[in-house]
Each structure stands twice: as C-alpha cells, then as structure tokens.
Design a protein around this ligand. Structure first.
Ligand SMILES: Nc1ncnc2c1ncn2[C@@H]1O[C@H](COP(=O)(O)OP(=O)(O)OP(=O)(O)O)[C@@H](O)[C@H]1O
Length: 236
C-alpha cells in the first residue's frame, strides 16, 4: 500500500475554554485528490485546515508522507503543506514580504536536499497578471488591498514558490467575481493534474455547491464526532 500524502489520525480540537469543536477526525489525502471539505458554518472547517497546517493545537496525529510535521521542521513542513487563509488581508507586511519569508524556508529545504532553489517569482507575477493583478500590488500592505486582490495574491504565491505538494484552501474565491473565480479554479485544478508543478492535492473549503461540483474529486463532511465521505457535494 502506498503512503498517503496526508494522513489525519484521530485528531480532536477544542475551543480555548475547553469544549470540543470536533473529535476523532481521521482521513487520508492522496495524489490527485481535490477534497472538498464541507460542514455547516462554525463546525470547525477552518480549525481543521489550521490543524493540518500545524497552525492550531490538536490531539492526535497529522502526517505528511508518513512523517510528522516535526520531522521536517514545522516552517519547512508548511512549505510542503501550505495553508492559504480566508482573509489574507490580516497578514502583516506585503505579499512580496510573505513570499520572501516562505522562500527562505523553501530554499533552506532545497539546500538540505542538496538541490538548487526553483523559486520563480516571475511566473507568479505573470499568473497574477492573468488574474488581473498589477505588479505594483506585490508591494502594497496586505491591509490596503481589496479582499479579492489579497485572495488572488495569496493564491498565486504558491505558483512562485513552486514547492507546495498540498494546498489547504479556505474559501479561496469567496471575494472573487464569477469570471475570475473560474479562472482561478481552472488554474488550480490544472496544477494538480500537471506533472510540471509540485502540487499533488488540495483540501478546499467552499460553501458553493456549484464550485464543489466543478473542482471536487472527493466530498468530505466534518461533524462534531468525525468525518464521513459523500459521492456528491452536500454543501449546507
Ligand atoms: N480562537 C478562538 N477562540 C474561541 N473560539 C474559536 C476560536 N477559533 C475558532 N473558534 C470557534 O470554533 C468553532 C469553529 O470555527 P471555524 O472557524 O473553524 O468554523 P468554520 O466551519 O470554518 O466556520 P465558517 O464556515 O463560518 O467559516 C466556532 O464556534 C468558532 O467560534
């Protein structure tokens, strides 16, 4: 049996006051998967993505290619398994600063593997232009960008780094118009299918049943006591 890209092993997560958000969540993500994560509002979808990115405390285990985040070093792990926040406008600094920070961890990882960095900022800038983002926007503070501009920049950064195997997308097109949203969806789906990118799988939160149908290959429901899988979207 091949090792899954991501293995989530019986994880539980609680609110700061101690009451559980969810318990006993287990599932795997394999190469080629676009897993649509669905549940009612407040059920813990964002929290679960943050656990996968090792940004949230949890009990249980999350593994990437059979190893814990600590095996890779947490910052490096986050370049393999990259979380794209729902509201990138809350990030500090500019998109270029954010990309530079991730690139530092990425190049450290590449050096450790004895290779040369494949950072491709030009590619990210080009893709962003296709999505309607001027080059000057890379140097604007996140909090001065519109929700849709910030979302497109946060989504394009993994293209420039070309290092994420798994993307964790938290309602990635919620601030985009229908046309731009479809451009972004098509690019992400193509990237998972392509052998020219590092991207192998996506876990994708959406409240849109139409979007779930367009992008999803699997449909995972989060409940307070675990997950179950559907053959079609059942977005609440
Ligand atoms: N830092 C925090 N402090 C207190 N409660 C929190 C914190 N973070 C999350 N929660 C609570 O945990 C629960 C799950 O939140 P989460 O954002 O993961 O839900 P969600 O399913 O992504 O919701 P939505 O679909 O509305 O975005 C909510 O009840 C939320 O209020």
């Amino acid at each position: 049996m091949t090792t899954p890209l991501i293995a989530v092993k019986s994880i539980s997560c609680s609110r700061p006051e101690g009451d559980p958000i969810f318990t006993n969540v287990s599932f795997t993500v394999n190469e080629g998967d676009i897993v649509v994560l669905q549940a009612r509002s407040g059920a813990g979808k964002t929290t679960l993505l943050k656990c996968l990115a090792h940004l949230n405390l949890y009990q249980g285990a999350v593994e990437f290619q059979g190893r814990s985040p600590r095996f890779y070093g947490v910052p490096t792990y986050r370049t393999h398994v990259q979380y794209v926040p729902q509201r990138p406008s809350l990030l500090p600094g500019t998109p270029r600063d954010f990309m530079d920070t991730l690139a530092t961890f990425h190049s450290r990882r590449i050096r450790n593997q004895g290779g040369a960095s494949t950072l491709n900022l030009e590619h990210a800038i080009e893709v962003a232009k296709e999505w309607g983002i001027e080059e000057s926007f890379w140097d604007r503070a996140w909090n001065t960008l519109s929700g849709g501009e910030a979302q497109r920049l946060a989504l394009v950064i993994p293209y420039g780094l070309n290092c994420a195997e798994v993307l964790l997308l938290d309602e990635p097109t919620s601030a985009l118009d229908a046309h731009t949203s479809e451009l972004v969806e098509k690019a992400l789906v193509a990237a998972v299918k392509s052998h020219d990118t590092t991207l192998k799988a996506i876990v994708w939160i959406t409240h849109s049943e139409e979007q779930a149908l367009r992008v999803g290959t699997r449909f995972l429901n989060l409940t307070p006591t675990g997950t179950h899988e559907d053959s079609a979207p059942a977005v609440p």
